[in-house]
Design a protein around this ligand. Structure first.
Ligand code: HEM
Length: 419
């Protein structure tokens, strides 16, 4: 049995910030291996990429999530005590709560809410002249997801709440003052949503049966107890925050419509199948979450290497979505590739891999796809706009990244709807 190849630096944290999304991929290429060991933030870390690595990373016999994610991410992005850090039976039980919210009727309702908000915003965009799509889409999604979950949201609060949800993601990969801003946003959001959960439990607020708010407020753990208020808040925020974050993928979809005008023309023909291919390729092609973290729970051997118990492991999501062994010409934007995609749960993992119920794969994947499809329909069919001169560079070292300008659109004109 050999030891896992080593990155040459004794400590690679700075290199991680320098190479960003390409940190793992570059080193795997250099070392000729799908796995290497390094030190990140003073901890021995095994980095892995590719479909085969994803398959073993999601094998619960060898990896656990408890203690996987660094504390700085738990303090901003995830919150503490939520589903992301759970394992085994307790995880399956908590995950089922999220999955129960994902029926196709329920998702269709969220899509309608977003669509209505978008159409209502259009005249205001027309008046404004210039709109930063990322910000505007976040506001729309925040209103829509609060209505969908049953969380009351006053008009005067929309901006602040939206910014807090965005900051938990935006600032999660940062160090220094931006990291502290992300922590403050989380604290404020947990306080707000904790109050809403208590209002439901006390009968002062009565959200509909099946809504996320009611489901989380009255969810019982395996021991029959309600969730502690703070943890219930973390879990409801686990629905609100990432739904607002779909704005980032919508912004990338708008960028793709601009960069690949042939696709814009094809999508105007209203073919639902083509819309699906396009949205899938946006999720594969553009960078969002770079890696996920876990810990080796039991020593094991894989591909001739020994994985020691307790080592932290990072799986390269972006690198796996761009792995040339799984994807022909992976750096080319080509939605047609999804016509022949094999549907493997381990090669297209922008939102995690494995099984939605059993593993930590994102329960919001269908929501993401449906919201993106509707946003593309709206961009292509319900409005005209121009894309003025701006900086559309997508930095590969900022994590998570976006087009530098946030994608500005101007001269917005709602299209007449012909009934
Ligand atoms: C904006 C697009 C989204 C992206 C890029 C994304 C990405 C991810 C990723 C990478 C994971 C971790 C997978 C793992 O640990 O193996 C994850 C987990 C999760 N996502 Fe998403 N997600 C998105 C949207 C959503 C939406 C819309 C929701 C809820 C409605 C959601 C809720 C969650 C939850 C609760 C988890 C934790 C699941 C678990 O630990 O079992 N996400 N997501």
């Amino acid at each position: 049995m050999s030891t896992i190849p080593r990155d040459k630096l004794p400590e690679s944290t700075l290199a991680l910030f320098r190479d960003g999304y390409e940190f793992i991929g570059k080193r795997c290429k250099r070392l000729g291996s799908d796995v290497f060991q390094t030190r990140l933030m003073l901890q021995k870390t095994v980095c892995m990429r590719g479909p085969e690595a994803a398959q073993v990373f999601y094998d619960q016999r060898y990896f656990q999530r408890k203690g996987g994610a660094p504390l700085r991410l738990r303090k901003t992005l995830f919150g503490q005590g939520g589903v992301q850090g759970m394992d085994g039976e307790a995880h399956r039980h908590r995950k089922a709560m999220f999955m129960s919210l994902m029926s196709s009727e329920s998702i269709a309702r969220l899509v309608r809410l977003m669509s209505d908000e978008w159409r209502a915003a259009l005249p205001g965009w027309a008046e404004k002249g210039r709109v930063v799509l990322l910000d505007a889409a976040r506001d729309i999604l925040c209103r829509a997801v609060c209505a969908w979950t049953g969380v009351p949201l006053k008009e005067s609060e929309v901006r602040k709440r939206t910014q807090d949800f965005a900051a938990m993601i935006e600032d999660s990969g940062a160090i220094g003052p931006r990291h502290w801003k992300g922590r403050l946003s989380r604290k404020r959001a947990e306080g707000w949503i904790g109050g809403v959960i208590e209002a439901v439990r006390a009968g002062r607020l009565n959200p509909p049966e099946g809504s996320a708010l009611r489901t989380v407020a009255f969810h019982r753990e395996l021991d029959g107890e309600l969730l502690k208020t703070r943890i219930a808040a973390v879990e409801l925020i686990n629905v609100l925050r990432p739904t607002v974050a779909v704005a980032r993928f919508i912004t990338f979809a708008a960028l793709a419509l601009y960069e690949y005008p042939d696709w814009r023309r094809r999508l105007a023909r209203q073919k639902d199948r083509e819309l699906e291919l396009f949205v899938q390729e946006v999720r594969r092609f553009y960078p969002f979450f770079p890696f996920v973290a876990a810990r080796v729970s039991k020593p094991f051997d894989w591909q001739g290497y020994h994985f020691p118990e307790g080592a932290r492991a990072l799986l390269d999501l972006y690198g796996t979505d761009h792995d040339p062994r799984a994807w022909d010409d992976p750096e080319t934007f080509r939605p047609e590739r999804f016509l022949t995609w094999d549907g493997s749960p381990f090669n297209f993992i922008s939102q995690g891999g494995g099984d939605h119920y059993e593993n930590h794969r994102c329960p919001g994947e269908w929501i993401t796809i449906e919201l993106m499809k509707e946003a593309v329909r709206l961009l292509v069919m319900s409005m005209d706009y121009i894309v003025p001169q701006q900086d559309l560079t997508v930095s590969m070292t900022r994590m998570p990244t976006m087009p530098q300008s946030g994608f500005v659109i101007a001269d917005v004109r709602p299209r007449e709807v012909i009934v």
